[in-house]
Design a binder for this molecule. Structure first.
Ligand SMILES: Nc1ncnc2c1ncn2[C@@H]1O[C@H](COP(=O)(O)OP(=O)(O)OP(=O)(O)O)[C@@H](O)[C@H]1O
Length: 244
């Protein structure tokens, strides 16, 4: 079953076609990777789906609801959550309060929000940091807080924007394993933008490749990484293909 359908969306900034007629369908319980060189339009595409930006044209459909141009809170309430490339927790709040605050977007009951937050904190392995002030956390833990905040609204689709960026290789593997578990055990549908190709290869059911706002390839990880256009536009210049 298709859960998220992006139809021919476009967005230009002062004449720069950041996203130029991109379509995408993501089935329930699938993981969709998005790759491409810097400036390809990946983050802009996320922002169009999450309601941070309104498309100039095209549509965003989620579970057959037309969410095109809807504000971020409405999109979150419909079941689409996102993480940001740069983490954005409230620095002076504890990890637990940060996650409770996010959970309150889903429920008005403080007790339910606390229970949801505690469950999510355990799910992402943040128990030892639970009562720490978020601003004091190392990057790897901050990334998990970002993930926990997104999961706290109990999304049906999770948009992950470079969740592995800033992590050393030893820190990446547990996060990749966690994402695989979220799909395999919780049936969570994910769309993720990532430069670490080992993670893209391991996690993606399907990969969309963007270059200069356009789709240049769409297929299985094996198909797109052997596509000469993708090698020329992206992989050839990036040493990350064999990175762990
Ligand atoms: N708010 C904005 N105002 C003007 N131009 C923008 C804005 N956001 C993005 N752009 C431009 O749109 C194009 C696509 O940018 P975008 O950030 O979506 O690419 P990206 O694929 O996410 O890149 P990266 O891998 O570096 O994060 C770039 O040329 C960028 O400069």
């Amino acid at each position: 079953m298709t859960l998220l359908r992006v139809e021919n969306v476009a967005k230009a900034f002062h004449g720069v076609h950041a996203v130029d007629g991109v379509s995408l369908t993501v089935g329930q319980g699938r993981i969709q990777g998005i790759i491409g060189p810097n400036g390809a339009g990946k983050t802009t595409l996320f922002n169009l789906v999450a309601g941070v930006l309104k498309p100039d044209s095209g549509r965003v459909l989620f579970d057959d609801m037309d969410l095109t141009g809807a504000p971020p809170h409405k999109i979150a309430r419909a079941g689409i959550a996102r993480t940001f490339q740069l983490t954005r927790p409230f620095a002076s709040m504890s990890v637990r309060d940060n996650v409770i605050t996010a959970a309150l977007g889903h429920t008005r009951s403080r007790k339910q929000a606390q229970q949801a937050a505690d469950a999510v904190i355990e799910r992402v392995g943040l128990q030892r940091w639970r009562d720490n002030v978020s601003g004091d956390l190392p990057t790897a833990a901050l990334k998990r807080v970002e993930l926990a905040r997104a999961l706290a609204i109990r999304p049906r689709v999770l948009l992950l924007d470079e969740v592995l960026a800033g992590l050393v290789p030893a820190e990446r593997q547990p996060v990749v394993d966690m994402l695989a578990t979220l799909r395999d055990e919780d049936g969570l549908t994910m769309v993720f933008v990532e430069h670490i190709m080992a993670a893209v290869m391991r996690l993606s059911d399907s990969v969309l490749v963007l270059d200069q706002g356009k789709v240049i390839a769409d297929g299985t990880p094996q198909e797109v990484t052997s596509d000469p256009r993708v090698i020329e536009a992206y992989l050839g210049e990036e040493p990350t293909i064999a990175d762990a």
